[in-house]
Design a binder for this molecule. Structure first.
Ligand code: GCU
Length: 590
């Protein structure tokens, strides 16, 4: 159809997003970046809430200020005069008026790039929730979907001395996304992890993995590497001085791998031993601190470094009252210290990939981790694009953290109804996780059959460890059915009770029958651990949850007030509830 004479694309074109969907930024463009020089572009960026996506519709990023007749045209934006917002941060915690905003926002800043003669330059985004469209010097670089994993874009050919970067971040919840529209946590938005510039030589180390061969000998280190760039054949050098390793690795057609005999002191929560490791190829090198340990399943046991282990854990979201999802190292360390104070050796980082700093710090502090992608509740399991999104987030997570000794479990989701589409979708993810990383356990937090009181989820056949969420004494009001559940379930694999718990408003006291009191929560915890301690194949617990967290589904004005109050501490972690001490005492005796 011919457009009328006065047709204005930017206000009449409702398929404006299609022009941006052709350039997908995925795990394929990830690079190995540990121990590399990085130049942060963090700081104060110009920021505009863009509810109607006018930036994308009217192409503000092209910065056209004059028409073809040389006249200035009226502007609906001003990058330089917009307010400033800190990157990284969740926009929700920047200003009261942004707390509940869901939609698009435009971030932009200029930066100077002095060419040091390097050949390749990448931008790294730690994470943007949920959909990020990136522009540099008026050029569209691409779109990343997924709110919790890093993405990388090569910018070599776009960089000038003076540059403007512009990002449209959109955190609108959509049913075909991962997670979908309905979750039990707060939907923070924005560029909430750092943005960095990484300079690389023409030929560089694109990927690097290292770890113990899980053969029970604890004496073989496997290294795999991938090279990008013109020089695909040559030799890499792996150095681990404390192990006397100075190993040449042959690289052919960009790939190299080797198994090296070594006797490292094994990493464990009690002995978080890390070895300074460097890998060099021509003019490039990456540096990391690696813990060597083995995790596997033996019958109904979880075995760490050859010995059965009980995972004394707690679940946690990635959130603080002050910073929303943009948690700081100090806040991560505080959480791990609280877990250790509870005598934990393990944490479930729910329900999405937390910042890479979490596993890096857990490596140093000695906390085992369950990491998870947000395949949560009613995902569009029939939708192939949704599967691609989930698989990409899983791949980005595994590529990011597979050199972290603390990470022992990849979880492919949480509490999903046991339908044909779901089993097909999640079993494919479980097999993908195994393919990407055969050295770790694959699991998921499964729902249980609360009608017949049995743990019977078809996904379990694809898992090394069965995660089981159950709330007997709370949502399942008849507590004694928990005993029936285990009488009816005879499992040949280890089970981690990935969630149990109850709401309790911090400081709210009463009788054990009064829901919402600390006394009621404490009573449920006591009854839960008394039963769970009797079940031989329950090999770990991660009660729900370390501390209260923002949740738009929790609107009881007295006991919730927009928070999920199942925490063992208040949302600001200033108050330990009675149930904290139940777990502390139970784990002490474990
Ligand atoms: C579910 C879910 C959690 C949720 C919790 C609750 O099991 O996995 O994300 O917060 O129950 O209802 O508090």
């Amino acid at each position: 159809m011919n457009q009328p004479e006065n047709y204005v694309d930017s206000i009449h074109n409702e398929s404006y997003e299609a022009q941006y969907s052709g350039k997908k930024i995925t795990n394929k463009s990830m690079i190995s970046d540990r121990g590399r020089e990085k130049e942060s572009l963090g700081g104060y960026w110009s920021f505009g809430i863009d509810q109607y996506d006018t930036c994308l519709r009217a192409k503000w990023y092209e910065e056209v200020y004059i028409d073809q007749d040389g006249n200035y045209i009226p502007m609906d934006f001003s990058f330089d005069e917009w307010e400033k917002v800190l990157v990284p941060s969740s926009w929700n915690t920047n200003k009261e008026k942004y707390l509940l905003y869901e939609g698009s926002a435009v971030y932009t800043r200029t930066f100077l790039y002095l060419d040091h003669g390097e050949e390749r330059v990448f931008l790294k985004f730690g994470a943007v929730n949920y959909d990020a469209k990136v522009f540099l010097n008026k050029q569209y670089l691409g779109q990343h979907k997924g709110g919790s994993t890093p993405f990388y874009i090569e910018v070599t050919e776009y960089l000038q001395e003076q540059n403007r970067i512009l990002v449209v971040a959109n955190n609108t919840r959509k049913q075909d996304q991962v997670p979908c529209k309905n979750t039990d946590w707060f939907n923070y938005g924005g560029i909430y992890r750092d943005v960095e510039l990484i300079r690389l030589p023409a030929t560089y180390i694109k990927d690097f993995s290292i770890g113990l061969v899980p053969d029970g000998s604890f004496s073989k280190i496997k290294v795999e590497l991938e090279i990008e760039g013109p020089d695909q054949d040559g030799h890499a050098l792996l150095k681990i001085d404390q192990l006397g390793i100075d190993q040449t690795i042959e690289v052919r057609e960009g790939k190299g791998s080797v198994v090296i005999e070594a006797q490292p002191n094994l990493w464990s929560p009690d002995h978080p031993v890390l070895y300074k490791t460097s890998l060099t190829y021509q003019d490039d090198s990456v540096h990391d601190k690696i813990g060597f340990r083995e995790i596997r399943v033996d019958g109904r046991e979880i075995v760490l470094n050859g010995k059965p282990i009980f995972l004394k854990g707690i679940s946690a979201h990635e959130e603080s009252v002050k910073n929303g999802k943009a948690v700081t190292d100090e806040e991560i360390i505080e959480n791990f210290k609280l877990a250790k104070e509870m005598n934990c050796n393990y944490m479930r980082l729910a329900h999405y990939p937390h910042t890479e700093r979490a596993a890096q710090i857990a490596d140093e502090m000695g906390i085992l981790l369950w990491e998870e992608i947000p395949v949560y509740w009613s995902i569009e399991f029939h939708n192939p694009e949704t599967y691609q999104d989930a698989e990409n987030q899983l791949t980005e997570l595994i590529r990011r953290d597979r050199n972290r000794a603390s990470v022992i479990v990849w979880s492919v989701g949480n509490e999903n109804a046991d339908t044909e589409d779901r089993v097909s979708f999640m079993s494919a993810l479980a097999m993908k996780a195994k393919e990407l990383d055969p050295t770790r356990l694959v699991s998921a937090a499964c729902m249980l059959d609360h009608v017949n009181h049995i743990i019977a989820d078809r996904l379990a056949d694809y898992l090394d460890v069965i995660g089981a969420n159950q709330y007997y004494g709370w949502y399942q009001t008849e507590f004694n059915n928990l005993i029936k559940l285990f009488e009816n379930s005879n499992l040949s694999k280890p089970v981690i009770i990935t969630e149990f718990g109850a709401d309790a408003k911090a400081g709210h006291r009463g009788t054990v029958d009064q829901k919402g009191t600390e006394d009621c929560q404490q009573d449920i915890y006591k009854k839960q651990v008394a039963v769970l301690d009797q079940i031989p194949y329950v090999r770990g617990l991660s009660p729900w949850i370390l501390y209260d967290f923002r949740c738009p589904r929790r609107l009881h004005p007295i006991t919730q007030n927009y928070y999920n109050t199942k925490g063992l501490l208040s949302e600001d972690k200033s108050h330990k509830k009675l149930a904290f001490y139940v777990m502390q005492q139970y784990y002490q005796g474990k």
